[in-house]
Write a protein that binds this ligand. Structure first.
Ligand code: 5BU
Length: 267
């Protein structure tokens, strides 16, 4: 580390992506000077929309778990979409699809949440095999959406490691029109030197804690961006759980951005 791609600016890397949404995200990050994503794991729609409005100016991606809302209704995606336009961020529903292609297709398109209709980005476990990507792609590609595969997880004892993670990369490389990156803990090059670029979005980030009581493991923005070559830091409780979430978001934005500047300058 850093690989040849990780040492380039986000904007310079945009030309190497086949998925439109990845191009949009890379340019957005440089334009807004942020590689921060907030994991807004709150349970009321008022709190969720308030976080999106308050923190919108400092983030590139707003990550949701829409199914934890106690009072979800169809006004939520509409309001979130308006805030995404107002503040220039993308919406990522962290749905972690994990079934056969035919089932995930219905789960993505239909049901209460109709995720494909509003989430720019979603993600999937590669565990069922490549049919999961093909199923999601049939719904998502016509809507110009993008997919991330879970190559690794931040939690203690995760089974997503080693060959599993490398096979995940190969699956993504065969579907570059739709899959533009990973949820992962470090950049995992398929080839040395890397032939194809992917984005790495990384949860498990805190400057204050090393973990929680349920297996979460945290690292700092510097460890994630500078040492591990990841592109977007995903921060949840460390920001929305703070007394002043805006002040905290600014701190994480600055730390993530400085790590990116150091990474691209020291090449
Ligand atoms: P936290 O409050 O910063 O610990 O929240 C982390 C978020 O990232 C939370 O929404 C998780 O569902 C999500 N997450 C994670 O923590 N680790 C992973 O490997 C993946 C997602 Br994938």
């Amino acid at each position: 580390m850093p690989s040849s791609f990780a040492s380039q600016t986000y904007t310079a890397r945009a030309a190497g992506f086949a998925n439109d949404l990845a191009v949009q995200l890379l340019k957005l990050m440089d334009r807004k000077k942020t590689n921060l994503s907030i994991a807004a794991d709150v349970t009321s729609k008022a709190e969720l929309l308030q976080l999106a409005d308050l923190l919108g100016p400092y983030i590139c991606v707003f990550k949701t778990h829409i199914d934890i809302l106690d009072d979800y209704d169809s006004s939520v995606p509409e309001a979130l979409t308006a805030l995404a336009e107002k503040h220039d961020f993308l919406i990522f529903e962290d749905r972690k699809f994990a079934d056969i292609g035919s089932t995930v297709k219905a789960q993505y398109q239909s049901g209460v949440y109709k995720i494909a209709s509003w989430a720019h980005i979603t993600n999937a476990h590669p565990i069922p095999g490549e049919g999961i990507v093909h199923g999601l792609k049939e719904v998502g590609l016509p809507l110009k959406r993008g997919l991330l595969l879970l190559a690794e997880m931040s939690s203690k004892g995760t089974l997503a490691q080693g060959k599993y993670s490398m096979d995940t990369l190969a699956m993504a490389a065969r579907n570059r029109d739709f899959v533009f990156g990973f949820i992962g803990q470090r950049r995992l090059p398929l080839d040395e030197p890397e032939k194809e670029d992917f984005l790495y979005l990384t949860p498990g980030v805190s400057m204050a804690q090393s973990g929680d009581s349920l297996g979460q493991q945290y690292r700092s923005p510097e460890q994630v961006v500078l040492e591990s070559g990841c592109d977007v830091i995903i921060v949840g409780r460390a920001i929305y759980g703070a007394a002043d979430p805006v002040a905290e978001a600014k701190k994480y934005q600055e730390a993530g951005w400085n790590a990116y500047l150091q990474r691209t300058r020291r090449a």
